[in-house]
Design a binder for this molecule. Sequence first.
Ligand SMILES: [Fe+2]
Length: 295
Amino acid sequence: MDTINRLLFGAENKFETVLKDVVEKEIESMRATKLKKLENNEKMYNDVTNLHMYMRDCTIDTPVPIKGIVEGTIPTWLNGALFRNGPGKRSFGDMKTQHVFDSSALLRKFTIKDGKVTFQNKFLKSSMFNKNTEAQRIVMSEFGTAATDDPCKSIFQRFASYFEKNDPTDNCLVSVCPYNDELYALTETVMIHRVDKQNLDSIRRVNLKDHISIVHHTAHPHLDEDGTVYNLGMVAGSGGVQYAIMEFPNTKRGSPKTKDVFSDAKIAAKVPIRWRLNPCYMHSFGMSPNYFRHH
Ligand SMILES: [Fe+2]
């Protein structure tokens, strides 16, 4: 405590003494609360691991918007759409996915207009979703779920699927991000899906590797003020593995509408890893005018 006080305020003074008293009383109070919980056999921390959302198992989606019940008042100036993504369907036939990361993606849209809200959702038509639905069983392995062979496949198709296992999953169930004026669903593999902003249809699947040489990226990109998308990823080359900051410029600004939103994608910077054989997991990052901060 003394060290912290000196760092904060330098020399001893009255304010420092008062602050010290306040902090010590606060710590004492927290300690007493925890001891009481221990004595009463209560939980020490709030339960933040409600798995209900991650384990939901929707059988049908809601493609036609339904009216929501509004509690309170939504200001009339607040108009627009809120898009969300997440796991939505575990069961295919009699089989269930075995990990919270493996349910198929369910896109949701809340449309706010004139103080009213509508809701709609739609399954992302990934190849994982399509193949499992067609086979009515899990025929594509995911992070924590092993697939079984699809009985509908011919011998040749089963042989070919051995090589397909190198394909990263396209079950983009984590987030959504606007690249220019197009909306995409993301997970941490290089496969992303363009989604129709009006009806949540799956429009096209994009392999980012076709545009930028990365191994994978985070599912939480950031947008700069001019619409440029930045993300943190990993690249592999003759020098080994490196962290990379990717830049997706806003190509629609002053450019023909036909230009692909990923055509100007580039690696803006590379950062060497500390331990060559042990790159760390990257989940998200912060961004300021001068810095990227990896979490
Ligand atoms: Fe996340």
